[in-house]
Design a protein around this ligand. Structure first.
Ligand code: GLN
Length: 538
C-alpha cells in the first residue's frame, strides 16, 4: 500500500467506555486480514507522560521497549496485536506543548505569535503522522483520550478535522464511541445522548463516519435506523458494542457486527481476505474452558483500583489459558497484613505475587508476605519492588541483618541491601529518570529462569530507580539466595532465586509488559504451573 490510512477514535460519553479495547479489537481484525497496523493514544492532560502519575489517577503506567512511560491502553494494543509500541504511540498535551515551547525558544517560529491554532494543532498532526510516515504501517488508529466537548480535547478534535480534510475521503475516518443507556423504568434504550454527542462533534466540524454504541442490551433494527438517520451515518455504520464477559471477546463481537468490513469499505481497502483468527479463537476456548483452578494472592497497595495492576492481571489470563487453568487472583492490601492475620489472609493461596510499587507505605506487609511464601513453600513471584522485598526479607530473617532495607524506604538503614546506583544519586528530576525500557539479562543455566526461558540472554523492560546492592551478593548467595540473572553490560543483578524452595523467583524487571495473547509470558506460565502443582499437592 502506498498511502497510510488513518482512523480516529473519539469518545462521546465517558472515558471509561473502553475505547482502547474497541480500537485494539478493530486493529486485531484488520491485522488478521493481513494489514500492517498500529495504534496510538493521544492523552489530553498536561503531564509530559504518565510516569509521574499515581496509579490511582489513570491506573498502571505501561512501559515500552524504548523506555517510554505510557498510558495503560498501550498494554492492550500490545496484548492484542503482539506488535511492540514505542514513544511515538503515546503523546500527551504536556509533551505537545513542551516541544512547541522548545521550538519557540530555539527561534524556529521566526518571531511569529505562537498559538493553539496552528502551532499546537500542527504539532498534533505531525505526531499523528509520525508512525504512518515510517512506511511500516498500512493503517494507523489514533485514539483520542478524554471526551468530545471537553476543553482539553478541543485542539485534538481540530487537528482531526484538519487531517480529515487534508488527507481526503477514503484516507481518514472517524469512529465515534457513544453510550446507549437503558432506562429500567421505561424498559427502553435511549438514543438521545448519542445524538447529542454526535452533534457536539459536528460543532467542531467533524462528522462521525462510524458509531460504536456501548450498550447493555441488544440494539434493534429500528433503533439502528433511527441512530443512522439522526446521526447522519449509514445503517451498517451503526455498530453495537454489547457488554462482554471478557475483553478478549470484543474482536469476535466486532467481527460479527462488521466493524472491520465497514471500516475497510470506507477506506477503500479490500475486504476480500477473511480474518484469520484461529489462534485467537483457540486461546478463547482454553480461557473459557479451564480444567482446574488455582488461587494467587496479589499483594500490593493500589489494590482498590484494578487498573493499577492491569498488565499483571492480563498476564495471568494468558498464562491461565496456556495451562488450561482458571487463575483466580485475590488482591490483598499490603498495609493490612501483619504477623497475626497473615495465616488467615493467606490460607488457600497456591501462589504469591508481590507487586511493583514505590515508597514506604505498605512495605512491612509485603515483607511479611514474602516470609510467608518462603517459609511455607508457596510459589513466589516478586516483581520489581517484589524482588527487592524478597532480598530484604531474606537479609532480615535468614541472615539476621536487623534493619536491612532499601535506601528508598530508610535512608539510615545499617544494611542497604537495595540501594541507589552512583549515577542515580545526583538526579533530582522525577520524570523519565528511572532505569527504563528494555535491558539485557544473561541467565544462569541450571536455574528456574534458565529453564523457563530456555535461552541464554533475554531482554525485559524495567522501571525503577533502586538496585540489588552487589556488596551483599556473596553473603546472600552463601545463605541461599542466588543471583540467576545478570545484566551483561552493567553487572547488575536482575533475578534472584532460592534453590531450596520449590519455586521462588524475584525479577527486577516487569515481565507483565511483554505478555500477549499470541505469546504468553514464560515466567507467568511457569509460575501458574508451579501454583497448580502446589494446589494438587495440598
Ligand atoms: N520503588 C522501587 C524502585 O524504584 C521499585 C519500583 C517498581 O516496583 N517499579 O527501585
Amino acid at each position: 500500500m502506498d498511502t497510510t490510512k488513518y482512523i480516529f477514535v473519539t469518545d462521546g460519553a465517558s472515558s471509561s467506555l473502553v475505547k482502547g479495547i474497541i480500537a485494539a479489537s478493530l486493529d486485531k481484525l484488520l491485522q488478521a486480514r493481513g494489514y500492517r497496523v498500529t495504534i496510538q493514544k493521544l492523552d489530553p492532560y498536561i503531564n509530559v507522560d504518565p510516569g509521574t502519575l499515581n496509579p490511582y489517577e489513570h491506573g498502571e503506567c505501561y512501559v515500552t521497549n524504548d523506555g517510554a512511560e505510557t498510558d495503560l491502553d498501550l498494554g492492550h494494543y500490545e496484548r492484542f496485536l503482539n506488535v511492540a509500541t514505542s514513544q511515538a504511540n503515546n503523546v500527551t498535551t504536556g509533551r505537545i506543548y513542551q516541544s512547541v515551547i522548545e521550538k519557540e525558544r530555539r527561534g524556529e517560529f521566526l518571531g511569529k505569535t505562537v498559538q493553539v491554532v496552528p502551532h499546537i494543532t500542527n504539532e498534533i498532526k505531525d505526531r499523528v503522522q509520525l508512525l504512518g510516515k515510517t512506511g511500516e504501517f498500512d493503517i494507523v488508529i489514533t485514539e483520542i483520550g478524554g471526551t468530545v466537548g471537553d476543553i482539553e480535547s478541543l485542539p485534538y478534535i481540530e487537528a482531526v478535522r484538519q487531517l480529515k480534510w487534508e488527507l481526503g475521503d477514503n484516507n481518514a475516518l472517524v469512529i465515534h464511541l457513544t453510550l446507549i443507556p437503558y432506562l429500567k423504568a421505561a424498559g427502553e434504550l435511549k438514543t438521545k445522548p448519542t445524538q447529542h454527542s454526535v452533534r457536539t462533534l459536528m460543532e467542531s466540524g467533524v462528522k462521525a463516519d462510524i458509531l460504536v454504541c456501548r450498550t447493555e442490551h441488544h440494539i434493534s433494527i429500528e433503533l439502528r435506523k433511527k441512530l443512522a438517520l439522526f446521526c447522519n451515518v449509514q445503517q451498517e455504520a451503526v455498530i453495537e458494542s454489547i457488554d462482554a464477559s471478557t475483553i478478549y471477546d470484543v474482536p469476535i463481537l466486532m467481527l460479527e457486527e462488521g466493524l472491520d468490513k465497514i471500516t475497510l469499505q470506507k477506506l477503500n481497502l479490500s475486504d476480500a481476505t477473511p480474518p484469520d483468527l484461529e489462534h485467537w479463537k483457540s486461546f478463547l476456548k482454553r480461557h473459557k474452558n479451564p480444567k482446574s483452578e488455582v488461587t494467587i494472592g496479589l499483594i500490593g497497595k493500589y489494590v482498590e483500583l484494578q487498573d493499577s495492576y492491569k498488565s499483571i492481571l492480563e498476564s495471568f489470563i494468558h498464562a491461565g489459558a496456556e495451562n488450561e487453568v482458571k487463575v483466580k487472583v485475590i488482591s490483598i492490601h499490603s498495609e493490612y497484613i501483619n504477623k497475626t492475620n497473615i495465616a488467615e489472609k493467606f490460607s488457600g493461596l497456591n501462589g504469591i505475587v508481590v507487586a511493583p510499587g514505590f515508597g514506604e507505605r505498605g512495605i512491612e506487609g509485603k515483607i511479611e508476605a514474602v516470609r510467608y511464601a518462603r517459609e511455607n513453600n508457596i510459589p513466589y513471584l516478586g516483581i520489581c519492588l517484589g524482588m527487592q522485598m524478597a532480598v530484604i526479607e531474606f537479609a532480615r530473617n535468614v541472615m539476621h541483618l536487623e534493619g536491612a532495607n532499601s535506601s528508598e524506604m530508610d535512608k539510615e538503614t545499617p544494611y542497604p541491601v537495595i540501594d541507589l546506583m552512583e549515577e542515580q544519586k545526583s538526579i533530582t528530576n522525577k520524570g523519565g529518570t528511572m532505569r527504563l525500557g528494555a535491558w539485557k539479562c544473561d541467565l544462569k543455566k541450571d536455574s528456574i529462569v534458565g529453564k523457563v526461558y530456555n535461552t541464554k540472554t533475554i531482554e525485559e523492560r524495567h522501571r525503577h530507580r533502586y538496585e540489588y546492592n552487589d556488596e551483599y551478593r556473596d553473603q546472600l548467595e552463601a545463605a541461599g539466595l542466588v543471583a540467576t540473572g545478570i545484566n551483561p553490560d552493567t553487572g547488575l543483578v536482575e533475578i534472584i532465586e532460592i534453590p531450596s524452595h520449590p519455586w521462588f523467583v524475584g525479577v527486577q524487571y516487569h515481565p507483565e509488559y511483554k505478555s500477549t495473547v499470541v505469546s504468553p509470558h514464560p515466567l507467568f506460565v511457569a509460575f501458574v504451573k508451579a501454583a497448580l502443582k502446589h494446589s494438587k499437592n495440598k
